[in-house]
Design a protein around this ligand. Structure first.
Ligand SMILES: Cc1cc2nc3c(=O)[nH]c(=O)nc-3n(C[C@H](O)[C@H](O)[C@H](O)COP(=O)(O)OP(=O)(O)OC[C@H]3O[C@@H](n4cnc5c(N)ncnc54)[C@H](O)[C@@H]3O)c2cc1C
Length: 456
């Protein structure tokens, strides 16, 4: 069976890995090629090593317990490089009303959560008493407000949503963007009760934050190496077409920008949504249009290497997220060198500030110097700076984070239904069934399973 994977981000690379593993287990013959438009594999995920700093340009960690992501690392022989986040990383802050507030780590501590008014705190802790179930689709904000009250939904959940999706909680669907929250409500009614039950055990290990000593980029490199000559870089796919069964030995033809056309039995499109829409256009315009309707937020990533003495007080914990409506020009800042060892040389702190998102798309295209200036201004207001950064790096991630807005699940289901008329054609990547690297790796196993099952 000839299979093409289009796109070598984490989605394409892990689908390819899962296909090879499952085909060899099942004794299926597989002639697999992965075509990547760019000059390197890994997509958004890339790690820069410079002067003792380690900078991540997209995901810097997995937040998963035992499961497909850990299995992947084991299969690639990278277990010895796996590192857990330091205990201090559990401390996270929210910037609200002009200053930082420590996010409570346990429900009992919520009464002291200074980002909320006393009434807001009482409403937050009353969640187990007031929470109810709802089955129809809701926005993240609507869902959160029913559970923790309007104020905590705006400040706490609003900041969190900006951290994960760089998005608007009033537009995102809780069912698509945070399905686990809906599941917790369905099972336990109250989120606080659900979390307490999970913590108490059922023997399930809680989710941990972990990465690799040489960064997420090393995982991409190992996946790319394992593909060997099957990985073709600098090969953007332009168009897909399907020949009538009687006319061609392979049903799908991919036309590449190089002018070359190649036939395949199966195709996995693992590109970002706008590229997937362009590839689908000739096959099924309705599927292409539905994929194009998935909005994406762009962000700018500004990495800053400071000397320890540059701060009025040393940055604490994981970092901070900015509540919506605050007059601070960043979505949040992560204190990378507090999170994992080896992120900055001794005597230095590495901070990664994220700007842009759906609220401020204009920021993403600003010149580097302005982005660095805005990031420093935000850090000065939030934690206080005595001096500027010694090293700076900037990268723009345009159309980086798909927005699972209301109706997302129906849109994806409609696309999958239409693609049902093209047996052998699959979609993978962060636009459909989860944006986190953990969910993308999990989805890769699913997509590989569908493809091989259908081919039997
Ligand atoms: C700043 C930032 C921080 C993040 N932090 C986290 C985090 O801490 N934890 C977490 O879990 N997730 C995080 N994420 C999300 C996660 O990194 C992404 O969702 C994930 O990397 C996307 O992978 P992908 O393979 O779906 O897409 P991509 O990485 O975009 O890969 C798609 C690939 O397809 C290629 N391509 C495009 N068109 C074509 C074509 N026509 N032919 C061939 N190839 C093509 C592209 O060149 C690219 O290499 C973060 C994202 C960003 C931007």
């Amino acid at each position: 069976m000839r299979v093409a994977v289009l796109g070598a981000g984490i989605a394409g690379l892990t689908v390819a890995h899962a296909l090879r593993r499952e085909a060899s287990r099942g004794g299926a013959s597989l002639d697999l090629e992965v075509f990547e438009a760019g000059p390197r594999a890994g997509g958004r995920i890339q790690t820069t090593h410079s002067g003792g700093f380690l900078i991540e340009w997209a995901a810097d960690a997995f937040q998963t317990g035992p499961g497909p992501a850990r299995t992947l690392v084991t299969e690639l022989g990278l277990d010895r490089e796996r590192i857990e986040a330091s205990a201090g990383a559990a401390r996270r802050y929210i910037f609200s009303k002009g200053r930082l507030h420590l996010v409570p780590s346990a429900p009992a501590a919520a009464l002291g959560f200074s980002a909320l008014t006393p009434a807001g705190r009482l409403r937050l802790v009353a969640e187990p008493l007031l929470a109810g179930r709802m089955s129809r689709e809701e926005s993240v904000h609507g869902f959160a407000a029913r559970h923790v009250g309007e104020e905590a939904a705006r400040v706490l959940v609003g900041a969190f949503v900006r951290g994960v999706y760089a998005g608007d909680p009033k537009k995102l669907s809780v069912d698509a963007a945070f399905p686990r929250m809906r599941e917790m409500e369905r099972k336990h009614r109250s989120l606080a009760i659900a979390m307490a039950k999970e913590r108490r055990g059922s023997g399930r290990k809680t989710k941990a934050l972990w990465t690799l000593t040489r960064g997420m980029g090393s995982l991409m490199e190992r996946l790319a190496q394992s593909l060997g000559a099957s990985l073709k870089l600098g090969m953007p796919a332009l168009r897909l077409s399907r020949a009538p069964e009687y006319a061609a030995p392979t049903p799908f033809t991919v036309r590449f920008a190089s002018g070359e056309s190649r036939g395949f039995d199966s195709i996995v499109i693992a590109t970002p949504a706008p590229d997937a829409a362009a590839l689908l256009r000739d096959l099924d315009i309705e599927a292409a249009n539905a994929v194009r309707e998935i909005p994406c937020a762009g962000v700018a990533v500004v990495a800053l290497g400071f000397r320890d003495e540059a701060f009025r007080s040393r940055p604490d914990g994981y970092g901070f997220l900015v509540a919506p409506g605050e007059d601070l020009p960043i979505l949040g800042a992560l204190f990378e060198s507090n999170l994992f060892p080896g992120r900055a040389p001794k005597g230095f702190v590495l901070v990664r500030a994220i700007l842009g998102g759906v609220d401020r798309p204009d920021l993403v295209t600003l010149p580097d110097a302005q982005l660095i200036g805005l990031a420093c201004q935000a850090l000065d207001r939030a934690i206080g700076l005595k001096g500027g950064p010694e090293r700076t790096w900037v990268r723009r991630q345009e159309n980086a984070i798909p927005q699972y807005t209301l109706g997302h699940r129906e849109r994806v289901a409609a696309v999958m239904k239409r693609l049902g008329s093209f047996p052998g054609l699959y979609l993978a990547g962060n636009a459909y069934r989860g944006v986190s690297v953990g969910s993308i790796v999990e989805d890769a196993d699913r997509v590989a399973g569908w493809l091989l099952h259908a081919a039997r």
